[in-house]
Design a protein around this ligand. Structure first.
Ligand code: VG1
Ligand code: CO
Length: 543
């Protein structure tokens, strides 16, 4: 085995987005492409001598090849040990759990999350810091700067390491340790929730479907729900991970999780349904014929946190991303705890959790989590709901409606316009920006605009500032429209329009969100000139 120093040249555009570097598989397969980025990570994070690294991915196409490359580079860059998930697989929350449990010097996670996989699909990579969370912007920026100046990378010339059995293998001076992260993760879950109560719920005949969408959570769901909680085998759907996710789009929403949606809205629907995404950090929650929006889910978990053993003493505070509805704000007010509003992306929650300021946090994009790890956590959210259901023994729909009756309802929807020409999408944003002054005070039917702004965030822990995090159109009655460009797509631009109307009238809870938001939707189309600028006025995905 020899150490090689390979000359290379920078690639343009290795700029990490909302959640790391995401590109087509073919882009990652170019010679030196992955190596450049990995060397830039190592050069930037400055791991101490003989550090340990965590490594794994969501199992998508190119995961195995990428892991072999990264292992050989870690060995050449002075790491003494790398913890790898069995088969090279780690869900994103399990990676965070492993980093924290074994106190490794951070980890590299290979995932493009909910983006499609396979040879023509997407691949992704990100670095998580020793607290287990996604690297903050100052580190991702530094990695990007380093990638623009790279001249060589270090790699060990060695045969591939087998990752298909638990145990240790030497790679030069480094040890590769294949671990059973499924067990580490299941242990953590059993320390948070009342597994006996959930077991009793299943034993009572409560019916459940979990759709792993052929992605990473299959083995985790089997260990937790079937092996430890004795749920019936029929509870699992699409639980074998596949490199191309069965050709599907592993995004747990009403459009892409159609297998589960069909079951939950069909005859004899189960009591409870849930799905997770490609890398296991998202969750969708369904009752019988009933969809719980992620924003409502976060609010409901916060309101009921004391029912859960790990949060029985109460929660310190909550945080939500800016486009997430203000439903959780109302719960925080009631509980008398702080509520933080951060930009989109989990990396902004880490500082608040490390400082002990928040316990629960979430995003409208099906992400919910707590300070048990530093990533959002799909199965954790499902277990949280199961624990609540085990105690309340009421249908999901009733629990949600009672919540609205107590707190009022923030009617909410997100409309995504995918695959827009980049220029046209930028044109829409610039146009709204340029209209801020003329829009202020303008009245549209029963809605009057109070103020428009471009969301900017100052981290209350380290003082760092993040600008241009989305345009907010705020109405006098507390309703909102938010316009934001996605930072995770790999083709063209995706414009997200987030619509929210507060409905204090407790008698209106039967209303369908699209019906209730019809006026807001029209206002959004009018002020953005979407149709004129992009030729589109029908979203690709409605959530
Ligand atoms: C999307 C979501 C965002 C989430 C991010 C990563 O980002 O909107 O809330 O944090 O995906 O999720 P964007 O920039 O496309 O809107 V995942 O499951 O990749 O880790
Ligand atoms: Co994800």
């Amino acid at each position: 085995m020899t150490l090689q120093v390979v000359p290379t040249q920078p690639f343009s555009g290795q700029k990490p987005g909302t959640s790391g570097l995401r590109k087509r598989v073919a882009v990652f397969q170019q010679p030196h492409y992955l190596e450049n980025f990995v060397q830039s990570i190592f050069d930037t994070v400055g791991a101490p001598e003989a550090a340990t690294l965590t490594l794994g991915g969501d199992g998508r196409y190119f995961n195995r090849q990428a892991i072999q490359i990264i292992l050989k580079m870690a060995a050449a860059n002075g790491f003494s040990r790398v913890l790898v998930g069995l088969g090279g697989i780690l869900s994103t929350p399990a990676a965070s759990c492993v980093i924290r449990k074994y106190k490794t010097y951070g980890g590299i996670i290979l995932s493009a999350s909910h983006n499609p996989g396979g040879i023509d699909g997407d691949f992704g990579i990100k670095y998580n810091t020793p607290n287990g969370g996604p690297a903050p912007e100052k580190i991702t920026e530094a990695i990007y700067e380093s990638s623009k100046q790279i001249t060589c990378y270090q790699i060990l010339d060695a045969p591939d390491v087998s990752l298909d059995g638990i145990g240790e293998t030497r790679l030069g001076d480094m040890v590769v340790e294949v671990i059973s992260a499924v067990d580490d993760y299941a242990e953590l879950m059993s320390a948070i929730f009342d597994f006996n109560a959930i077991k009793a719920l299943f034993a009572s005949g409560f019916s459940f479907r979990f759709d792993a969408m052929h992605a990473v959570t299959g083995p985790y769901a089997r260990e937790v729900f079937i092996n430890r909680l004795a749920a019936p085998e029929t509870s699992l759907m699409n639980a074998i991970p596949l490199e191309d996710f069965g050709g599907g789009h592993p995004d747990p929403n009403l459009t892409y999780a159609h297998d589960l949606v069909t079951v939950m809205y069909g005859d004899n629907a189960p009591d409870f349904g849930a799905a997770s995404d490609g890398d296991g950090d998202r969750n969708m929650i369904l009752g019988r014929g009933f969809f719980v929006t992620p924003s409502d889910s976060l609010a409901l978990l916060a309101a009921n946190a004391r029912l859960i053993p790990a949060y029985a003493q109460g929660i310190a505070g909550v945080a939500r991303s800016m486009p997430t509805s203000a439903a959780v704000d109302r719960v925080a007010e009631e509980l008398g705890i702080p509520c933080f509003e951060t930009p989109t992306g989990w990396k902004f929650f880490g500082n608040l959790m490390d400082a002990g300021k928040v316990t629960l946090c979430g995003e409208e994009s099906f992400g919910t989590g707590s300070n048990h790890v530093r990533e959002k956590d799909g199965l954790w959210a499902v277990l949280f709901w199961l624990n609540i259901l085990a105690i309340k023994r009421q249908p999901v729909e009733n629990i949600m409606k009672r919540h609205w009756a107590q707190y009022g309802r923030n009617v909410y929807s997100r409309h995504d316009y995918e695959g827009l020409p980049t220029d046209a999408a930028a044109g829409v944003i610039n146009h709204i920006h340029a209209s801020f002054i003329s829009l202020t005070g303008k009245q549209f039917g029963r809605y009057t605009i109070q103020v428009c702004d471009d969301f900017s965030y100052t981290d209350s822990v380290d003082g760092s500032i993040s600008n241009n995090q989305g345009i907010r159109i705020l109405f006098v009655d507390g309703s909102r429209i938010v316009f934001r460009l996605s930072g995770t797509g790999t083709e063209g631009a995706t414009l997200r329009i987030y619509l929210e109307a507060y409905e204090p009238n407790r008698g209106q809870h039967h209303l369908d969100a699209q019906v209730a938001l019809a006026e807001m939707i029209q206002i959004a189309l009018d002020i953005s000139e979407l149709k004129q600028r992009t030729g589109r006025d029908v979203p690709t995905v409605i959530t």
